[in-house]
Design a protein around this ligand. Structure first.
Ligand code: AGP
Length: 624
């Protein structure tokens, strides 16, 4: 997600001003570049000035530093800086942070998603606020300005503002009335304090300031922090003082970029609960009805759709396969899943009644982009499920449903896959709502189940040590993966992870296919992962997979079973069991895939391979 940096230095008089606030913030933004972003900006304040001074530019940080070289900012005593990963509003100069308010005396930067920004924006416009951007952040800036005019104190105003926001946010603000002060607030989004000598720092993670200090304080949920050169004050949103627990950062700068994790992939697996939660944020109205505003496809047209074709590549295609089971079950519309590079050269049967859904993390995969164009030439409407704002595929599609996984750096897709599943579930439920194939209470029940999934994903991540230990000792040159129903695309994804990370031959099969050939591959010691459906799910599916496990075990396979907690039927036939929390069948891929991701990541790491940049692979395949 976005990168945030704040600095507060001595602010007694104009003599205390320097370029250090800006230098520290730019250095911090450089250390946060790895997080991925699409625009950057800074704001500085100094004593006795009427307005904050700010610069912001779309694109890479170099665009901002070039601008600063051409149009330097004045010496200052405090500064804030931001690298933005677009969520509301495209990656443009205007939408870049900071956002100003209070006649240019206040600057705000933000990480997260403010769910109730539309309603607040209307209120503020009615009170006379003028908006320059499409962002939810600018709403927070004008709200903070209103509260500051009432409170006369930036920290109190921040508390009042934070209590009115729904969603996830880290906010930083500076005001010309408090030239040596930076105030921050956090809810469901990280913010850490760096403790310096006669200066203090704020950051979305310690990478922002680790080159200046390793002494830090972690902010807790729903807290406001006020930093000056020689003081750090923390309260809850009601103003009650909070005593933070200091710690010393024991990471070096490069490790800090990965948040202390060994690899970006490890970090991105750890981010999966948040990726799912963020993708769910802001998609229902106060009555609980789904509202996918950015879809931009007329509901009447969605009611005429008689077929859905999913086009994607690799992991994104496997997300499409899972989506097929869910959408067909909820909407009773046939769903075909096509590899984009095959679709492109077929004469697909599509018409204006076909909804083509293009799934892509990068939004730049050339195979998928060309398939989008092919579908549109055939008269189909195209809806893109994409993670990267401002990329080509959503620009050319007729509609977009963004995932909010944040930037995914590792080539092997993990958190983006879970976010793609989540977005596909939301699309399926929205179609069921629009077409009336599910009652509102049924849709609400599934949404409630979806909201419980981030905690279940976290539970699987927390219990990952066993699968890591198995991975470290795995010496096989071939691994098979079996699954049925939604477990089948999970088996395909587990095999792909192992192929692309550990360069091991791995193959995923529909478990029912075993007798039709693949069982000939099974020999003594052959490791086989089996994703077992819930015993509470579709009738006989569970029993059939248990008998599949018996068949391969009888031929000497080493059975590594992913099963639902409490499913003791697997125990007699499993050499290893990796338990996942009970979940509705259609949502279970959100948890059953996680042990397979961890396994592949750990095995590749144990073999000393480059997990984040595997050989021969690129994060975005922008050639056909
Ligand atoms: C998945 O781990 C791979 N990196 C690859 O299969 C990827 O999913 C595929 O290239 C599609 O990329 P996209 O989602 O950016 O379109």
């Amino acid at each position: 997600m976005c990168g945030i940096v704040g600095y507060a230095g001595p602010a007694g008089s104009a003599a205390d001003t320097s370029q250090r606030p800006l230098d520290v913030v730019i250095e911090g933004l450089r250390r946060l570049e790895y997080r991925g972003y699409d625009s950057a900006g800074v704001a500085v304040v100094a004593p006795d000035t009427a307005q904050v001074s700010s610069r912001k530019k779309a694109g890479k940080l170099v665009n901002l530093t070039d601008t600063l070289a051409a149009e330097p900012l004045p010496n200052a005593t405090a500064a804030i800086g931001h690298t933005r990963w677009a969520t509301h509003g495209g990656p443009t100069d205007r939408n870049a942070h900071p956002h100003l308010a209070d006649g240019g005396k206040l600057a705000v930067i933000h990480n997260g998603i403010i769910e109730n920004f539309a309603q607040l924006r209307e209120e503020l416009i009615a009170e006379g606020s003028r908006f320059l951007s499409e962002t939810d952040t600018e709403v927070a800036a004008h709200l903070l300005a209103r509260e500051y005019r009432l409170a006369g104190d930036l920290s109190a105003a921040m508390r009042a503002t934070a209590k009115q926001l729904d969603g996830a946010f880290t906010l930083l603000a500076v005001h010309t009335d408090a030239p040596g002060t930076v105030v921050g607030a956090r809810h469901d989004s990280p913010l850490v304090v760096g403790l310096g000598e006669d200066e203090n720092f704020l950051g979305s993670d310690v990478a922002a300031f680790v080159s200046s200090t390793r002494e830090a304080l972690e902010l807790g949920q729903d807290q406001v922090v006020t930093i000056t050169a020689d003081d750090v004050t923390i309260t809850d949103f009601d103003g009650n003082p909070v005593e933070p627990s200091p710690y010393t950062v024991d990471w070096d700068a490069s490790a800090a970029e990965k948040g202390g994790y060994r690899t970006f992939m490890d970090k991105e697996i750890a981010d999966e609960p948040q990726a799912v939660a963020q993708t769910l944020l802001g998609r229902t109205d106060r009555a609980g009805h789904l509202q996918l505003d950015e879809l931009r496809i007329d509901e009447a047209l969605l009611r005429t759709i008689d077929k859905i074709v999913v086009i994607a590549c690799g992991t994104a295609a496997y997300a499409g396969h899972v989506a097929k089971y869910a959408i067909e079950h909820w909407c009773r519309v046939p769903v075909e899943v096509e590899l984009a590079h095959e679709f492109r050269y077929r004469d697909p049967v599509v018409s204006e009644k076909t909804l083509v859904v293009a799934i892509s993390q990068s939004g730049e995969t050339m195979d998928t982009l060309m398939a989008v164009r092919h579908a549109q030439e055939q008269g189909a409407k195209v809806l893109a499920i994409v993670n990267t704002h401002g990329s080509t595929i959503p620009r050319e599609a007729d509609a977009v449903l963004y995932t909010h996984a944040g930037p995914e750096i590792a080539v092997a897709s993990t958190k983006a896959f879970l976010a793609q599943l989540t977005a596909a579930y939301l699309l399926g439920l929205y179609l069921a709502q629009v077409r009336g194939t599910k009652f509102p209470d049924e849709i609400a029940a599934v949404l409630a189940d979806l909201r419980e999934m981030p905690a279940k994903i976290q539970a699987v991540i927390d219990s990952g040590d066993r699968v890591r230990m198995i991975a470290r000792w795995m010496d096989s040159r071939s691994v098979l993966f079996l699954g049925r129903h939604v477990g089948f695309p999970v088996a395909l994804e587990g095999a792909l992870k192992l192929k692309e990370l550990a360069y091991i031959h791995a193959e995923g099969f529909a478990a029912g296919e075993l007798k039709h050939g693949p069982i000939a591959l099974v020999e003594p010691g052959q490791p086989v992962f089996v994703i077992v459906p819930s015993p509470r799910g579709r009738d006989s599916l569970h029993a059939k997979v248990i008998s599949n496990i018996q068949e391969i075990r009888a031929r000497g396979a080493r059975t590594l079973v992913i099963a639902e907690e409490g499913d003791e039927a697997v125990l007699p036939y499993a050499d290893e069991v990796f338990w996942v929390p009970q979940s509705p069948t259609l949502l279970s891929p959100l948890v059953t895939v996680v042990p397979l991701q961890i396994f592949a990541c750990e095995l590749a790491t144990a073999r000393g391979l480059d997990v984040d940049q595997p050989r021969n692979l690129a994060k975005s395949v922008t050639v056909e």
